[in-house]
Design a protein around this ligand. Structure first.
Ligand code: AP5
Length: 190
């Protein structure tokens, strides 16, 4: 069965494509962003700390997100996982490798959604327009987007090379329409 990582800068379409693959291809989506937002909604002290970090555009600690991933993998029996927004640095990528090894699972593809960085502001603006006004993400603004992009370039870029060396990386033109990107992904994974 197929396990994939969907990788790309903020607004590149990771969440959009993951949700389509859940519907069309029966994947189980593990999105660290969604899991963290749920913890924020809980209003606990931990949630408040996470909220501050997310609003700053920085990354939440590896320890916390790795623990979340391990729990999700252990409590869901899916044979088809799609990792959305994880890993985001080399330490997380190595932790995922170990989890796969422990569970005798295989990572099949790392799909990189290539989108020109200067298009991302418009993507985020369209997500704001699509959102319920009472539910706009606090990190969806031009200032935080620029911080999230810097974090992506400095901290997440190296994992592209990490997976390229393992022959797992497939680049997908994320500038194509949502439908074309989905079709391309389905063609690759099947
Ligand atoms: P996270 O929630 O993962 O956010 P992100 O990576 O910044 O990505 P986004 O959710 O903004 O974008 P997306 O690529 O999913 O795009 P979408 O499909 O919505 O993380 C948020 C924060 O949580 C981080 O900053 C960090 O603080 C923390 N965090 C999360 N994971 C972590 C980790 N592993 N370690 C540590 N901290 C972590 O699309 C955007 C818009 O574009 C939508 O309007 C959509 O309709 C549109 N669109 C999509 N595709 C297309 C297309 N092909 N053509 C035209 N429009 C399109």
């Amino acid at each position: 069965m197929t396990n994939i990582i969907i990788l790309g800068p903020p607004g590149s379409g990771k969440g959009t494509q993951s949700k389509i693959l859940v519907e069309k291809q029966n994947f189980f989506q593990i999105s660290t962003g969604d899991l963290l937002r749920k913890t924020v909604e809980s209003g606990t002290e931990e949630g408040n700390k996470i909220q501050k970090i997310m609003e700053s555009g920085e990354l939440v600690s590896d320890e916390m997100v790795i623990e979340m991933i391990l729990v999700e993998m252990s409590t869901n029996n899916s044979k088809k996982f799609i990792f959305d927004g994880f890993p985001r640095n080399i330490a997380q990528a190595k932790a995922l490798d170990s989890a796969f090894e422990d569970k005798s699972m295989i990572l099949d593809f790392v799909l990189l959604l290539d989108v020109k960085l200067d298009f991302l502001e418009n993507r985020i603006k369209s997500r704001i327009a699509e959102s319920d006004p009472s539910n706009i993400r606090k990190d969806d603004n031009v200032e935080t987007l620029s911080k999230r992009l810097n974090v992506y370039k400095k901290i997440t870029y190296p994992i592209i090379d990490f997976y390229e060396k393992k022959n797992k990386l497939v680049r997908i033109n994320g500038m194509d329409s949502i439908e074309d990107v989905t079709n391309k992904i389905i063609q690759i994974i099947n």
